[in-house]
Every structure is written in structure tokens, then in C-alpha cells.
Design a binder for this molecule. Structure first.
Ligand code: E4P
Length: 218
């Protein structure tokens, strides 16, 4: 399972990278706005900075919603750095653009996916990644994990190579459950990754070992 961090915060990206287990980054316009990154040049510069920190794929989202606009914006983003993946919304024009990018060897991440049908279309169009938003489904009393399981089954039925990128992950158990189901990638906040470290028995056990180690030296 690949681990992506879902943020545009450089400090948090560096922290996850330093842990040695980071495989990539996802961003979206809301995450960029949260970091106060405004203006086209600053946004493009920020993507390049992220690419220079990590060694894996970095999703950069288009804001155009028409085919020509998505293609123009996506090509410009892809030119920035070899690690950029063009993030395209699951809309009709987006599906056409994903097919275009796939034919032109540009990696894509189909975002805002909330149903198996949408995931099927994204795979048919040749998306590199599909991003089902599990947390946002949970928010409206629908089990987001069921969607991951259903997409896994459909993709396996036909051998689609599109990677399931479980997105809108909110906590550590989302990560664990997505791993059980077989999501190819998870993207979530740093807290959802660092939460995996924690177990009270580890803390208690370590305290005891360190205490006993002192006796060995005395
Ligand atoms: C996906 O790539 C999105 O950036 C993200 O996971 C959305 O998460 P949210 O629902 O917590 O905003």
C-alpha cells in the first residue's frame, strides 16, 4: 500500500518524508488556499517545491471544467515536473480529458469519486489513480469503506490497472481498513499516518525495557 499525504503544507510533507515511508502527495485547491498560496505563479512554484521534497507522485488539481481548459491547464501542470499527476474532477469533460491525457502518457488522478459507476468510467478512460472520498461519504451516513471494497471487486473482475487511491481519509482506522480491503494507495493528513505508530503496550513495554536496561549497566 502506498502512503500519500493529503496537504500542501511543506513542513508536514517534510516530516512525513523524513519518516521514510512517504510515497507521494495529494493537494487540492482548498488545501492550497489553507496554506495561503495565491496567484498562478505562486501556486505553480509551490507544486515544484513539493515535488523537490518527495520522491513519488504529486497530484495537482485543475480548476477548468471544460475539455480544452482542462487539457491546457493539465499540460501546463505536467510540464512543471516529472512527478506531477494531473488531478481531474469526475465530470463528463473530465472523463474526456483523462482519456486524452492517458493517450498522451500524462498521469491522472480522477477526483471527487463517490460511486462505483464513476470509478468504472475513470478506469475505462485510463486514469492512473481514482480517488473515492471515503470521509465525505461517512459524513453523510454512507459507509465510505463499502465503496472502496466495491471498486476493488469491479477493478479485479476486469483487471483494470487504475490504482484505487482512498481519499478523504480522516483517521488511522480508515487507513487500516483500506489496507484490509486492498486499496492501492491511501491519502490522509499526517495525523492519520502517525496514528499508526501508537499502542499503549508499546509505550509500557519500552518503559520497562529501558528501566531494566539501566540495571544491566549498574
Ligand atoms: C483527495 O485527494 C482530497 O484532497 C482529499 O482527500 C479530500 O479530503 P477531505 O474530505 O478531508 O477534504
Amino acid at each position: 500500500m502506498k502512503f500519500f499525504i493529503d496537504t500542501a503544507n511543506l513542513e508536514q510533507i517534510r516530516e512525513a518524508q523524513d519518516l521514510g515511508i512517504l510515497d507521494g502527495v495529494t493537494t487540492n485547491p482548498s488545501l492550497m488556499a489553507k496554506e495561503g498560496i495565491t496567484g498562478k505563479n505562486n501556486i505553480l512554484k509551490h507544486y515544484v517545491e513539493i515535488c523537490e521534497i518527495v520522491s513519488g507522485d504529486v497530484s495537482a488539481e485543475v480548476v477548468a471544467t471544460d475539455f480544452e481548459g482542462i487539457v491546457k491547464e493539465g499540460e501546463e501542470l505536467a510540464e512543471l515536473h516529472e512527478r506531477i499527476v494531473v488531478k481531474v474532477p469526475m465530470i463528463k469533460e473530465g472523463v474526456k480529458a483523462i482519456k486524452y491525457f492517458s493517450d498522451n502518457h500524462i498521469k491522472t488522478n480522477c477526483t471527487l469519486v463517490f460511486s462505483v459507476g464513476q470509478a468504472l468510467l475513470a478506469a475505462k478512460a485510463g486514469a492512473t489513480y481514482v480517488s473515492p472520498f471515503i470521509g465525505r461519504l461517512d459524513d453523510i451516513s454512507t459507509d465510505g469503506l463499502d465503496l472502496i471494497a466495491d471498486i476493488r471487486q469491479v477493478y479485479d473482475n476486469y483487471g483494470f490497472e487504475t490504482q484505487i487511491l482512498a481519499a478523504s481519509i480522516r483517521h488511522t482506522m480508515h487507513v487500516v481498513n483500506c489496507a484490509k480491503i486492498g486499496a492501492d494507495v491511501m491519502t490522509g493528513p499526517l495525523s492519520s499516518i502517525e496514528g499508526l505508530l501508537k499502542h499503549p503496550l508499546t509505550d509500557i513495554g519500552l518503559e520497562k525495557f529501558l528501566e531494566d536496561a539501566k540495571k544491566l549497566n549498574s
